[in-house]
Design a protein around this ligand. Structure first.
Ligand code: AN0
Ligand code: CP
Length: 320
């Protein structure tokens, strides 16, 4: 595997899930695979889970790990071509990337959507520059439009907790005070569409995701109807993807607190499990009662980030 961006990159999903189970049973099984190999993790944005779980996964595989926080200690990087660099940016990404590639065998990149220019974000400009100029296998650690390590961990979690062959999984938009990217819902939708689940997306009008990711998923604007019979609720906020009105791209166009997942919402479901990728703002996305309930899977999801990262890094090491 040379890149990990979309669900197709992992190939057969049931094989990937079997591999996840195998690694979870014996995390150090492939310890010799990464000997004398180096993972470089590059963060343009903050992280708790991705940083820790991916480093842990690489260490389980016997790798060395270098972490670079671009905005804390490195030169400020210019990402556009054709500019006169007389501002605060001392170095261009087009030199920085091949330099980074000299010191490692694999690269993980976190680079969120800027949310001001839809075309720039959806072209995955920064990620693609890493793929093109680093000369190394590259995986997304949440880029402008995708967060596949999260979606894979979520799928592993659903697999572990489902009590029927084909559970109903509902991804529900929920309110938030800041404009957030669409990467997490995009990837979750893409992975659920590929998995053996009955998948429904519910959100206020105007929040339609790129059909490239939402595919054939059922969209139900009535949250109560969507949650009826749900086995899993996957809550997430995202900002406006700007399909009906491009001027609204990246904006908050709804603040309706009736969408916050509380005990009343949980009662509409089939005793559903509550899921969220974290970090989560209580009182906006979900109430304390729900996130603290025995139905909440937020910690097992985070724990499975180590497993999804292990499978991905193992596959990449095998293809070096
Ligand atoms: C980010 C997002 O919504 O994409 C990261 C989630 C993993 N969340 C925030 O910035 C709060
Ligand atoms: N879920 C997730 O990716 O968390 P971090 O932003 O803390 O890495």
């Amino acid at each position: 595997m040379k890149t990990f961006i979309n669900v197709q990159d992992i190939g057969d999903l049931s094989k990937a899930l079997d591999e996840a189970k195998e690694i979870k049973n014996d995390r150090f099984k492939y310890q010799s695979l990464g000997k004398n190999k180096t993972l470089m993790m590059i963060f343009f944005n903050n992280s708790l889970r991705t940083r820790l779980s991916t480093q842990k996964a690489a260490m389980n595989l016997g790798m060395n790990v270098i972490v670079l926080d671009v905005n804390a200690g490195a030169w400020k990087l210019e990402t556009e071509r054709g500019v006169i660099m007389d501002g605060d940016k001392s170095e261009h990404l087009l030199e920085a990337i091949p330099v980074m590639g000299c010191y490692c065998d694999l690269i993980g990149v976190r680079s969120f959507a800027g949310l001001s220019d839809r075309e720039y974000d959806y072209a995955e400009t920064v990620l693609n520059q890493f793929i093109k100029y680093s000369g190394k296998p590259v995986f997304a650690m949440e880029t402008a439009t995708v967060h596949p390590l999260q979606a894979f961990a979520d799928l592993i979690t659903i697999e572990e907790y489902k009590n029927k062959k084909r559970p109903k999984v509902v991804m529900s938009w929920a309110p938030h005070c800041r404009a957030l990217p669409q990467a997490v819902p995009n990837s979750f939708a893409q992975w659920m569409n590929a998995a053996d689940v009955d998948f429904v997306i519910t959100h206020p009008e105007g929040y339609e995701l790129d059909p490239k990711f939402s595919g054939n998923a059922k969209i139900e604007y009535d949250q109560k109807k969507a949650l009826d019979g749900a086995d899993f609720i996957y809550a997430k906020n995202w900002s406006c993807p700007g399909f009906s009105n491009p001027a609204e791209y990246g904006k908050i166009i709804c603040k309706d607190m009736n969408w916050t997942i509380d005990t009343k919402h949980m009662e509409w479901t089939n005793n559903a499990y509550f899921m969220h990728c974290l970090p989560v703002r209580r009182g906006l996305i979900v109430t304390d009662d729900v996130i603290e309930s025995k139905q909440s899977l937020v910690i097992p999801e985070a724990a499975n980030r180590e497993i999804s990262a292990s499978v991905v890094i193992k596959r990449m090491l095998e293809s070096l």
